[in-house]
Design a protein around this ligand. Structure first.
Ligand code: G6P
Length: 608
């Protein structure tokens, strides 16, 4: 999704802004632009498409301004054109703005502004922001904080804003509601960004702007204000993330690097929760007594996070014998979910900023049930809104297609399930110890699979030209094929569908033809014969069969097999997903796709 950077200091802003924007490219975007101060106003330069286009435009321009803002835009209102790209300005560049988020009532405001003589050149909601702030600037006798505050009271929706005013040469202003914004602090220079990697190279000391807060940033100072325009003090945070986590470190793509980082991401997450073979949730604030009283679980999330929820449903039900429901956050928020007494609402999110997940969480809070977030990004909106937060320690994930965060979410969920089962007296001590041991062994087993990457590369080369891939599985294997299917389609652009193995014959089997690829995932020996039968049904209609099987399962029908190490079937998803991720990666590479930034996708979806 959109990205914001800003700089004010003594160095030329151009390269700093471009560098920052390049670090936000992973979020997904389709146009980019910068506004850099000059002696009389601003140079505003924008371009459609890749950042490279903007760089080329800026190459020969002598821009020496030391203050500026930049943006990568993922189109929502209006096509990805140069006109619609940010920064936007009021008129005469009086107010220049970059914006992440969506202003919901922008059309109504636009109509009002037209009656006051404002004209509009773009289809965006952001241009309305620039003009509305300009309008309030005139109303407040040119007081920027009052003008922004009036804007905040007038609009509905979400925003992170960086704003420059033509007449306030040494300042950049920022404001936020429901879309992240950080201010990086340094000696004689300050930075603005919507996400840490954009400024990591320059500073690790940041302020997180809160909802309904504003700040005035100059070279040597940052002053924060609440919505009433009163000054507020904020705590400086030192970011732990290191620069190398935002670099490829010898890997050709972030996706491959992050696939290989999975053992480490999982191990870190386990170590943060397991000591001496026992699970401790103290860091989350959750107590054993609290867990013992939970009778229902509701899990919400989007994309891969939702798939983690589906997997965890099986694990929670099996271990803790508890009623679990899972829903897409985008659906949950618009129906009438009935959250019974003693329900724990779990929201899963890598970024902690996904708009639908955040909205679903707010819906649950209205019903006053306790909420737990399984979140990767520290200090993110979801992490701050939930009652309890269980952090996954996957580190920053740059590739749009999630891999290591997904895997870390799974193990965090497994450990929560074991703890819940323990607190509800559903498992004895021996079983608990065995289960924890099974989880602890996951990273090593993944490392074994990663060493066989070449085998999967070879397999992928056989299937690069297939038009359709059908993935089937039963029980937890159904949950893993959901994720495998999503991974394949998002990066390879091959049409894939995931089905419960027994369900394919109720319609979708009509799509099977000669050389359709059917992938079966089987990790539970008790269900193996059933799934093999369903695979055979497709083979007799011309399908090629590829099996992802655990070591104990033998196939006589598959054309190709990739075997993963033996594991407790409850946790098999953590292993089976790895060859599926690697296959997705190679299908994408072989097709010449932009692996880390697949078309039309965004890393963190901060709009509905
Ligand atoms: C986007 C990403 C997916 C991700 C989903 C949820 O669609 O492309 O990979 O699973 O958002 O993101 P979250 O940050 O909430 O886990």
């Amino acid at each position: 999704m959109c990205g914001i950077v800003g700089y004010i200091g003594n160095k030329p802003a151009k390269d700093i802004l471009l560098n920052g924007l390049s670090k936000l490219e992973y979020r997904g975007y389709d146009s980019a632009g910068v506004a850099i101060r000059n002696e009389n106003g601003f140079d505003i330069i924008k371009s459609k498409g890749k950042l490279e286009n903007l760089k080329n435009k800026l190459k020969d321009k002598n821009l020496f301004g030391t203050c500026g803002i930049g943006h990568t835009r993922w189109a929502t209102h209006g096509e990805p054109t140069e006109f619609n790209a940010h920064p936007h300005n009021s008129y005469n560049e009086n107010v220049v703005v970059v914006h992440n988020g969506i202003i919901e009532n922008y059309l109504e405001i636009k109509e009002k502004l037209v009656t006051y003589g404002y004209t509009f050149y773009s289809q965006t909601d952001t241009e309305v922001i620039a003009k509305l702030i300009d309008f309030y600037l005139n109303e407040t006798n040119q007081n920027p904080i009052q003008a922004i505050s009036k804007f905040m009271l007038r609009v509905t929706g979400s925003y992170a804003l960086a704003i420059m005013f033509k007449n306030l040469k040494d300042e950049i202003y920022v404001a936020r509601k429901d879309s992240p914004l950080i201010i990086g602090i340094c000696n004689n220079e300050n930075f603005i960004a919507s996400d840490v990697p954009a400024i990591l190279r320059y500073t690790k000391d940041v302020y997180y702007l809160d909802n309904y807060q504003m700040a005035k940033i100059s070279t040597n100072s940052t002053i924060f204000y609440n919505i009433d325009g009163m000054e507020v003090k904020k705590k400086l945070t030192h970011i732990q993330m290191d620069l190398s986590s935002a670099e490829k470190n010898g890997f050709e793509h972030f996706m491959l690097k992050e696939i290989h980082e999975q053992p480490e991401a999982i191990e870190k997450t386990i170590k943060s929760l397991v000591k001496n073979e026992d699970i401790f949730l103290d860091r989350t604030g959750i107590t054993n007594d609290f867990l013992s009283k939970i009778e229902n679980i509701f899990i919400i999330g989007c994309g891969s996070a939702y798939h983690v929820g589906i997997t965890l449903k099986y694990v929670f039900e099996k271990l803790a014998n508890i009623n679990v429901q899972v829903d897409f956050a985008s659906e949950f928020r618009y129906r009438n979910p009935v959250l019974l007494k003693n329900t724990l609402l779990i929201v899963i999110s890598q970024s902690g900023e996904t708009a639908d997940s955040l909205a679903g969480l707010k819906e649950a809070k209205k019903q006053k049930v306790p909420t737990l977030g399984i979140v990767n990004v520290v200090g993110s909106s979801i992490a701050r809104e939930v009652d309890y937060v269980l952090y996954t320690l996957a580190g920053p994930e740059i590739s749009v297609a999630t891999t290591k965060a997904y895997s870390a979410q799974l193990v965090a969920g497994y450990l929560l399930a074991i703890k819940l089962a323990e607190c509800k007296n559903k498992i004895n001590q021996i079983t608990r110890k065995e289960l924890i041991k099974d989880v602890i062994e996951i990273p090593d087993k993944i490392s074994v699979i990663l060493k066989r990457q070449n085998e999967i590369q070879m397999l992928s080369s056989k299937f690069v030209n297939v038009k359709n891939i059908f993935l089937i599985g039963r029980n937890i294997d159904y949950a893993v094929v959901l994720e495998g299917s999503l991974k394949m389609k998002e990066v390879s652009y091959i049409h894939t569908e995931a089905y419960p193995a027994g369900e394919l014959k109720h319609g979708t089997i009509s799509l099977i033809e000669n050389n359709s690829l059917v992938i079966g995932s089987i990790s539970n020996i008790n269900l193996a014969e059933k799934t093999f039968s369903n695979m055979l049904e497709t083979k007799s209609r011309g399908a090629i069969l590829l099996g992802f099987l655990t070591k104990d399962i033998r196939s006589t029908i598959c054309d190709y097999v990739f075997e993963v190490p033996q594991i407790n079937p409850l946790f098999a998803n953590s292993l089976v997903i790895v060859p599926m991720q690697i296959m997705s990666y190679y299908l994408s590479v072989l097709k010449g796709n932009d692996v880390d930034k697949p078309r039309n996708l965004a890393k963190s979806v901060t709009v509905e």
